[in-house]
Design a protein around this ligand. Structure first.
Ligand code: PLP
Length: 421
C-alpha cells in the first residue's frame, strides 16, 4: 500500500464494509469448538474446575462469532503490514461521540475520551487518581470481584454499601449509604475518608439497570459528600426487552463533572481479547489526574483494538440487534426451565448483562459443598457467588451468551444433579 493510500485507510475501509459487508444473518445456534485456541474460558477448564468435562459458563465471554464488519476491518488492517505505535485518530472519537448521542442521548466532547486496554485497569487507575493510601472507596456488594483489588491494591479501604434484596430484585440501600457517608456519634459527625465510589451499572452480578431516580438520589448524596463516582458501564448495551440504560454522567452537568465513566465494546460485541476500552472523563482535572496516574504504567489499546472498537461502534448494530434477540430467547428459556423443572433454585431475572444470578440457598450447602456439587455432580462451571462478597454466599453466576443447545445441556445437567440429592 502506498503512503497516500495509508492516509485514507479508514475511510476506504468503511466504504468497503458498507458496500460489501452488511445484511448478514448470523447463526448463533452454531456450536464452535473453541478449545485449543488459548481461550481463557475453554482452555482452562481443567485447571479451574479440576476436570475436563465441565461446561464453562463463568467468565463474561460470549460463545458467538464477532460481527462480520469487525472481522473485515481487522483483516483489512492486518493486510497493511506496518504495525508501529498507533494513536486514536479523529474518526474513532467521532464514532464514540455519535454512539453516545444515538444510544443514550448523552452529548459528549471528543476531548473527554481516553482509551485503555480494558475496563479493569481503568478502574485501578481511576481509584489511584482519586485517592491516597488509607482513603476509603464505596462499592455495592455482591459485586464484580475485581472491584475489591481495585480498591485495596493501592492501599485504600473498602466501604460496603450492600445491595438490598427484595424478593427477586435488588435495590440500592440509600439509607445505609447516607449513614456511611455521614456517620455520627450522637450529634457529633465522625470524620471519614471516603473519596470515591465504584458504581456498577448495569450491575454485575445482580443484573439491575439503575433507574434515573435511583441514580439521582445516590449521585446527589455522594457528590454532596465530595465523593467522585467511577461508573463501570461496560454492560450498558446488553439490555433485555423493555429496559433502558442511563449513563450516570448523562443526568446533569453536576454529575458529569463528578465522575469517570468506563465503557467498552468488549462485552457487547464479543471482543474481550482485543482489549480496547473507552473511558469518558468530562472534568478536566479528573482527566489530568487520570493521565498522571497511568503514565508509564498503562498504555493505550493496540492497533487492532482501536480498529475493532471503531468498526463495532460504526457498523456493529445489525449484529447487536440479532444477538440481543438471541439472548432474550436464552433468558426466556432459562427462566421457564428453572420455574418448571428446578424450582428449588431461584433466578434473579436480569434487566441487563448476560450473567444470571442464581440462588442455590435452598439446597442448604456451604460454599465448598456448593462448589463441589456444581463441578463434580452437575459438571457445569459457574462463578461461585461468594467471590462477589459475603452477600453472594449460596449463589452461582451463570453466563448465558452461548448457543441454545449448550444452555439446554447445562440446564439438564443441573436438573439431574439437583434431583439426585
Ligand atoms: C462490570 C465489569 N467490569 C469490567 C469487566 C472486565 O473488563 P475488561 O475485560 O475490559 O478489563 C467485566 C467483565 O466481566 C465486568 O463484568
Amino acid at each position: 500500500m502506498e503512503f497516500s493510500e495509508l492516509r485514507t485507510l479508514n475511510s476506504e475501509l468503511y466504504f468497503f464494509i458498507q458496500c460489501e459487508g452488511i445484511l448478514v444473518k448470523y447463526d448463533f445456534d452454531r456450536v464452535c469448538d473453541r478449545r485449543n485456541t488459548n481461550s481463557v474460558k475453554w482452555d482452562s477448564v481443567q485447571s479451574i474446575f479440576g476436570q475436563n468435562d465441565v461446561i464453562p459458563m463463568w467468565v463474561a465471554d460470549m460463545d458467538f462469532p464477532a460481527a462480520q464488519p469487525i472481522v473485515d476491518a481487522l483483516k483489512k488492517r492486518a493486510e497493511h503490514p506496518y504495525y508501529g505505535y498507533t494513536q486514536p485518530g479523529p474518526s474513532i472519537h467521532e464514532a464514540i461521540v455519535e454512539r453516545m448521542n444515538r444510544k443514550f442521548q448523552w452529548k459528549i466532547k471528543p476531548e473527554w475520551i481516553v482509551f485503555t486496554p480494558g475496563v479493569v485497569p481503568a478502574l485501578n487507575i481511576a481509584v489511584r487518581s482519586l485517592t491516597h493510601p488509607g482513603d476509603e472507596v464505596i462499592i455495592q456488594e455482591p459485586v464484580y470481584y475485581p472491584f475489591f483489588p481495585a480498591v485495596t491494591s493501592g492501599g485504600c479501604q473498602i466501604v460496603n454499601n450492600g445491595l438490598k434484596r427484595i424478593q427477586d430484585r435488588y435495590e440500592m440501600d440509600l439509607e445505609d449509604l447516607e449513614n456511611l457517608l455521614g456517620p455520627r456519634m450522637g450529634m457529633v459527625p465522625i470524620p471519614r475518608r471516603i473519596k470515591a465510589m465504584i458504581l456498577c451499572n448495569p450491575h454485575n452480578p445482580v443484573g439491575r439497570l439503575w433507574d434515573r431516580e435511583e441514580l439521582i438520589r445516590m449521585g446527589e448524596m455522594v457528590i454532596r459528600h465530595g465523593v467522585t463516582v467511577i461508573s463501570d458501564e461496560i454492560h450498558c448495551e446488553i439490555l433485555f426487552k423493555g429496559f433502558r440504560h442511563t449513563p450516570f454522567a448523562s443526568i446533569s452537568e453536576e454529575f458529569e463533572q463528578n465522575c469517570i465513566v468506563c465503557m467498552a465494546p468488549s462485552k457487547t460485541f464479543s471482543l474481550a481479547g482485543l482489549e480496547a476500552s473507552t473511558i469518558i472523563i468530562p472534568n478536566k482535572n479528573l482527566r489530568r489526574n487520570f493521565a498522571g496516574a497511568r503514565t508509564g504504567i498503562l498504555p493505550g489499546p493496540n492497533i487492532f483494538g482501536y480498529t475493532a472498537l471503531e468498526a463495532a461502534y460504526r457498523f456493529g448494530d445489525e449484529w447487536l440487534d440479532q444477538v440481543l434477540e438471541y439472548l432474550q430467547g436464552n433468558l426466556d428459556y432459562l427462566l421457564d426451565y428453572f420455574t418448571s423443572k428446578i424450582p428449588r433454585i431461584k433466578v434473579i431475572p436480569p434487566q441487563g448483562t448476560y450473567l444470571i444470578w442464581l440462588d442455590f440457598n435452598d439446597l442448604g450447602m456451604d460454599d465448598l459443598e456448593l462448589r463441589r456439587f456444581m463441578r463434580e455432580k452437575a459438571k457445569v462451571g459457574l462463578d461461585d457467588g461468594f467471590l462477589f462478597g459475603k452477600a453472594g454466599r449460596g449463589f452461582q453466576r451463570m453466563n448465558i451468551a452461548c448457543p441454545r443447545n449448550l444452555l439446554k445441556e447445562a440446564l439438564t445437567r443441573i436438573e439431574t444433579a439437583v434431583k439426585s440429592l
